[in-house]
Design a protein around this ligand. Structure first.
Ligand code: 13P
Length: 249
């Protein structure tokens, strides 16, 4: 059985004290939501430590939003996977479309980051998704297939068993536009089929999350689909109440 997961990507939001308050709010209201899904929060680097401390014993896991391609050394401004793991984080988001789009991340970069994550026992939440032009040109299947083949296909079977995938159509991120539940199911099923072609039955155990303007009002319908195993939540993860309502969905 694959895990249901609802993860909050806080992006570059909240000051450290606000992040701790948000984490406390999520922990305080967790009971019902925690039975529905595994909860993860991904704050900015600057408050990973305090949020890990706040959520100790809460059953809520903490992840980072990125990690460096290299293990350590003269890479000013970078944060190594080992540093993230040493704080008690269990996950790292890799290949988010904002990183691909604004910071030029490519499959080559992401292969290195994936290797760093695994070397430090972090579970990657690997993001894929097409932009609006690609969707309109009906190229979304090819785009996500390439994003998977170029990175996920390089993993060993053992690494693959420790991977979460997030499908996030770029046109739905922060726009208020969501994929319909049927659009989400169609592409999630396709992603699973691509994974099955390489990893066989293990593809059925891989959690594939949907992300893009997910809210309490639309989450239940999307999450009800057979191949949607939860969500990666941006804006709505900044309010404990909304994040928990999504997880309960
Ligand atoms: P929104 O939920 O704000 O659309 O963001 C989705 C996302 O990018 C999560 O990683």
């Amino acid at each position: 059985m694959r895990k249901k997961i609802v993860a909050g990507n806080w992006k570059m939001n909240t000051l450290p004290a606000e992040g701790v308050e948000l984490a406390k709010g999520v922990a305080a209201g967790k009971s019902a939501a925690g039975e529905c899904a595994n909860l993860i929060v991904c704050p900015p680097f600057t408050h990973l430590h305090s949020v890990v401390e706040t959520l100790k014993d809460s059953g809520i896991a903490v992840g980072a939003q990125d990690c460096a391609t290299e293990a350590k050394g003269a890479y000013t401004g970078e944060v190594a996977a080992s540093m993230i793991a040493a704080l008690g984080c269990k996950y790292v988001i890799l290949g988010h479309s904002e990183r691909r789009q604004y910071y030029g991340e490519t499959s080559e970069t992401l292969n290195k980051k994936m290797a760093q994550a695994y070397a430090n026992n972090l579970t990657p939440i690997y993001c894929v998704g097409e932009n609006l032009d690609e969707r309109e040109a009906n190229r979304h299947f090819d785009v996500v297939k390439a994003q998977i083949e170029e990175v996920v296909f390089n993993l060993s079977d053992e690494q693959f068993r420790n991977l979460v995938i997030a499908y996030e159509p770029v046109w739905a991120i922060g726009t208020g536009k969501t994929a319909t539940a049927d659009q989400a199911q169609e592409i999630h099923a396709y992603i699973r089929e691509v994974l099955r072609s390489k990893f066989g039955a293990a593809a059925d155990d891989c959690s594939i999350l949907y992300g893009g303007s997910c809210k309490p009002s639309n989450a239940a319908e999307i999450f009800a689909k057979a191949d949607v195993d939860g969500g990666l939540i941006g804006g709505a993860a900044l309010k404990a109440e909304d994040f928990l309502a999504i997880a309960t969905a």
